[in-house]
Design a protein around this ligand. Structure first.
Ligand code: SAM
Length: 275
């Protein structure tokens, strides 16, 4: 039975407030799992299983623990009926952003896990920050995103899409847009195109912590049209001369903007300013 028919038989009504655009194309479902490179013993977290079509693909790729978190109670019995025979599967009903990191870690017995999901677009960015900024052992995140956000995550410096999120992701790992996805492959059809993005958390070794770099980068981009000096003087209690001196030390002009710097440049500038 195809997913549209199944949902109709269950009298399911799509809810826009939960960002419900379900995948109807079976090739796309296997492409997501292929891009995630799920191995037989991998633990996997899926956010928003919907009607469970992607969940089914994940469960055929892995025998490891698979946890799916779904907010919509109307999907609970359908999901339980489909997957109750899979002993490695656990359905958690609730808002992913309200699940404590401790509870989520315990679901996987502290083991590392991969994230695979067609994310609800209204909260994709907060979900990415939830996964990146908590102390989980996330190995990789392979997710369907709105194309516009996918472009921001993978942008090159000096482009309009390049921003704080691009730099922080580059600091944390490697990001790759694996494929663009037309809106016609979803039901109901969204009014934007999408893309699959894979983020590998490579645990690069830097001598500055993420919790220090993140606010620095966010403040540097606070007002995109302002120079970096103006943003940093407004965001910290630095004198203009001090910021200009540090920029000069790092090889940048006093008129440069945040978008002129790579993640490595931000680390150098941070060290120069806070030494
Ligand atoms: N995985 C399904 C698919 O690909 O067809 C559905 C994807 S749909 C884009 C997003 C899913 O996330 C929906 O099932 C929606 O109910 C669920 N969702 C929305 N907000 C959520 C939240 N805060 N926590 C958990 N699930 C959420």
């Amino acid at each position: 039975m195809d997913v549209k028919e199944e949902l109709k038989n269950n009298n399911f009504k799509f809810k826009q407030k939960f960002g419900q655009n379900f995948i109807t194309d079976t090739n796309l479902l296997s492409a997501i799992v292929k891009d995630a490179e799920i191995k037989k013993d991998d633990c996997v977290l899926e956010i928003g299983p919907g009607a469970g079509t992607l969940t089914k693909e994940i469960l055929s790729a892995s025998n490891g623990k698979v946890v799916a978190i779904e907010i919509d109670k109307d999907l609970e019995s359908m999901l339980n009926k489909k997957f109750s025979s899979h002993k490695n599967f656990e359905l958690v009903m609730g808002d992913v952003l309200k699940i404590s990191p401790k509870e989520l870690k315990e679901k996987f017995g502290g083991k590392p896990f991969k994230v695979v999901a067609n994310l609800p677009y209204y909260i994709s960015t907060p979900i990415l920050f939830y996964l990146l900024e908590n102390d989980f052992s996330v190995q990789s995140i392979t997710v369907m995103l709105q194309l516009e956000l996918a472009k921001r995550l993978t942008a090159q410096k000096n482009t309009k899409d390049y921003g704080a999120l691009t730099i922080l992701l580059d600091y944390l790992g490697e990001v790759c847009l694996t494929r663009k996805v037309p809106r016609t492959l979803f039901t109901p059809q969204p009014n934007v195109d999408s893309a699959i993005v894979r983020i590998d958390l490579t645990k690069k070794k830097f001598d500055i912590e993420y919790s220090k770099l993140a606010p620095f980068v966010k403040k540097s981009f606070a007002m995109r049209r302002k120079t970096l000096v103006n943003n940093l003087v407004a965001g910290y209690e630095f004198s203009r001369e001090k910021v200009e001196r540090s920029l000069n030390e790092c090889g940048f002009s006093k008129n440069c903007r945040a978008e002129d710097l790579t993640s490595k440049d931000f680390i150098d500038l941070y060290k120069s300013l806070f030494k």
